[in-house]
Design a protein around this ligand. Structure first.
Ligand SMILES: *Cc1c(COP(=O)(O)O)cnc(C)c1O
Length: 398
């Protein structure tokens, strides 16, 4: 069965009523016939039928044995770290999501779990950094915002040989493009807030494990720590996932059109998109994923914060906001937004230049998106001239 068909038909029809949409079981508890005798559910933190349908769905999509749904992507990441104990080390991608960095470094180091960040685009760096204490290798691929791609299969081989778990944050690719478990990963996590939800209307996280035994440990942590996803958000997320393949296909096509436009624009210095042959990891991206995703970043020839700020406030269809993966196109300035807490020299060293702009390319018509960027370059240039002439009060749209 092909992937879209499998996805759509792995969402169950309600056995009791025939409801074609999974019912929202908005309940905290379940009546028991005798103590411990129930119909599979006893308390909604431990299990809820709406959430269970979502958890089975993501396990199917990611080709794992067990799925678990959490209140956010970070709660999902947190559950995976709780597999470790004091004295263990995490070996993580250096270009990691800021929230995961904060959790690993500022929360878990307090509990004796250490973390070592390396450039995982070269698998040899991973091999060289492993110590007897390394228990978890943490990849994100592609990364944010410079879209670095790491070789999942190669790093999975290193993880296996060293008895470490490999976890891949698959948020940017989504299972429509990349299935890390098929490439050897033990665990996949998602911020389902992004492409899986797809409509910028919820916060959710998912964990999928390859082995059922590891899945049982994650479920135990999910119940013990309690950061579960509620039934309404579970339903909303199922609804989003139903159109994942269709949406992702269009995100990819639009992003490529945008990347190609940016690449030939005279004001642009560099474009980061794994789908471009000029991207340093294009080869591995092509090998391990079915497409290159909807995120495009670029730097300006005038490599200043001011120039970037003028641009991100000159777009009209691309809305200025954090987050990504929704139907509406978004623009952001990482140096001032998602990466603001990182010291400027460290941020620049990680490839996030002062003028770096990130686009989450949505589902509008590609032509309209390109036109919007064209007019934003013109408007930003005009405002730059005004600024140089000392005219301070410039209308937002010139
Ligand atoms: C957004 C994001 C997260 C965190 O997810 P939340 O749902 O915001 O908690 C983790 N990883 C990546 C790659 C993300 O983009």
């Amino acid at each position: 069965m092909s992937t879209a068909t499998e996805l759509i038909h792995s969402i169950p029809v309600d056995a009791q009523t025939g409801a074609i949409s999974v019912p929202i079981y908005q309940t905290s508890t379940f009546v028991q016939e005798a103590p411990g005798v129930n119909r599979g559910y006893d308390y909604a933190r431990s299990g809820n039928p709406t959430r269970a349908a979502l958890e089975d769905l993501i396990a199917t999509l990611e080709k794992g044995s067990t799925g678990a749904a959490f209140a956010s992507g970070l709660a999902a990441i947190d559950a995976v770290v709780k597999l470790l104990q004091s004295g263990d080390e995490i070996l993580a991608v250096d270009d990691i999501y800021g929230g995961a960095f904060r959790l690993f470094t500022h929360i878990y180091q307090q509990f004796g779990i250490t973390v070592n960040y390396v450039d995982t685009t070269d698998a040899e760096n991973v091999f060289n950094a492993i110590t007897p204490r390394t228990k978890l290798i943490w990849l994100e691929t592609p990364t944010n915002p410079t879209l670095k791609v790491s070789d999942i299969e190669g790093i999975a081989r290193i993880a296996r040989a060293n008895r470490c778990l490999l976890c891949v944050d698959n948020t940017f690719a989504s299972p429509a493009l990349q299935q890390p478990i098929l490439l050897g990963a033990d665990i996949v996590v998602h911020s389902a807030t992004k492409y899986l939800g797809g409509h910028s209307d919820l916060i959710a996280g998912l964990v999928v494990t390859k082995e059922a035994e590891l899945g049982a440990r994650i479920k135990y942590i999910q119940n013990a720590s309690g950061a579960v996803l509620g039934p309404f958000d579970s339903w909303l997320l199922i609804r989003g996932i139903e159109t994942l393949h269709l949406r992702v296909k269009q995100h990819c096509a639009n992003a490529l059109a945008v990347a190609e436009f940016l690449q030939q624009h005279p004001d642009v210095a560099q474009v980061f998109y794994p789908g471009l042959a000029t991207h340093p990891n294009h080869g591995i991206a092509k090998k391990q994923a079915k497409g290159f995703g909807g995120i495009v970043s670029f730097t300006l020839k005038e490599n200043t914060e001011e120039a970037a700020l003028r641009f991100v406030t000159s777009t009209q269809l691309f809305l200025l906001a954090e987050s990504l993966g929704g139907i509406k196109s978004l623009v952001s300035h990482p140096a001032n937004m998602t990466h603001k807490s990182i010291p400027a020299d460290k941020r620049r060293a990680a490839g996030v230049a002062d003028s770096l702009i990130r686009l989450s390319v949505g589902l509008e018509d590609a032509e309209d998106l390109v036109h919007d960027l064209e007019q934003a370059f013109r408007a930003a240039a005009q405002r730059s001239i005004f600024a140089k002439q000392g005219i301070l009060s410039v209308p937002e749209t010139v």
